[in-house]
Design a protein around this ligand. Structure first.
Ligand SMILES: NC(=O)c1ccc[n+]([C@@H]2O[C@H](COP(=O)([O-])OP(=O)(O)OC[C@H]3O[C@@H](n4cnc5c(N)ncnc54)[C@H](O)[C@@H]3O)[C@@H](O)[C@H]2O)c1
Length: 254
């Protein structure tokens, strides 16, 4: 049976770990040629190997999404290798400092977080859309967060960056709606990835505390986000644009 992304070219930033790795594998399973982009080359190459082992086609491209020249070079490489870009998952992101209240946050940590989480998504959109306009369409999914939909304590900078991603997604969707380019966001709840494991590590019982705060009583799996990204990227979602989809075990329904 043909996959939903057969013969498409798909790009995933932050594809070396967690949610990005799961999306890369799901894109590969659905028949896409997958470009795995990451600042961590070893991790990215591991994802590429996993896709190839399951019979898919994939290439690693090194990128720091905070760099305009880096992002432009990444898109050029995608076009050089596969000739086009149909789907992009702008997913690379960092947590910043979840231990600092707003007044304790340093300017350096704030700037780095914004450069990757918000400016990085804008740069990816900029160069992806430039190419998609020439080729006559495409589909983009940005990774925001439930922290892009509601506020919570100890995440002020992260929440600001993710609310920014949701705003950017909606504005971009409207600007390019008549150009065949759909732009959506996925807003994960707490997902069991290396990012969340860094948060949990060394804090006895904390994983259980987080799990009990979720209406479904557990952390999400990276694959559960990947499935939403695949759907939003596919033609099955052809009338969906400008949507910030919560995939959060009911967290924002409270
Ligand atoms: N895990 C969660 O609970 C959760 C919830 C909501 C949103 N998110 C978001 O999902 C995305 C992925 O998170 P994750 O949990 O999989 O994290 P992760 O740390 O497991 O993976 C992030 C990946 O991004 C890469 N990366 C980091 N900075 C980069 C840069 N400057 N350029 C290119 N690549 C870079 C890392 O090398 C890594 O491979 C992030 O945007 C994160 O904010 C995660």
């Amino acid at each position: 049976m043909a996959g939903t992304l057969e013969n498409k070219v798909a790009l995933v930033t932050g594809g070396g770990s967690g949610i990005g790795r799961a999306t890369s594998l799901a894109f590969g399973r659905e028949g896409a040629n997958v470009v795995v982009a990451d600042v961590n080359a070893d991790a990215g190459e591991e994802t590429v190997s996993a896709i190839k082992e399951s019979g898919g086609e994939s290439t690693f491209v090194h990128v720091d999404v905070a760099s305009a020249t880096g992002v432009q070079a990444m898109i050029n490489q995608v076009i050089q290798i596969y000739g086009r870009l149909d789907c992009a998952h702008n997913n690379a992101g960092i947590e910043g400092d979840f231990t600092a209240r707003l007044h304790e946050y340093t300017e350096e940590t704030w700037d780095r977080l914004m450069d990757i989480n918000l400016k990085g998504v804008w740069l990816c959109l900029k160069y992806e859309i430039e190419h998609m306009l020439e080729q006559g369409g495409g589909s983009i999914v940005n990774t925001a967060s439930v922290a892009g939909l509601v506020g919570s304590r100890m995440v002020s900078a992260y929440a600001a960056s993710k609310h920014g991603v949701v705003g950017l997604t909606k504005a971009a969707a409207l600007e390019y709606a008549r150009d065949g380019i759909r732009v959506n966001a996925v807003c994960p709840g707490v997902i069991d990835t290396p990012m969340v494991q860094r948060l949990i590590s060394g804090r006895e019982g904390y994983e259980e505390t987080i799990a009990t705060r979720q209406p479904v009583g557990r952390l999400g799996l990276p694959q559960e986000i990947a499935e939403a990204v695949v759907w939003l990227s596919s033609d099955a979602a052809s009338f969906v644009t400008g949507h910030a989809m919560a995939v959060d075990g009911g967290f924002t329904a409270q």
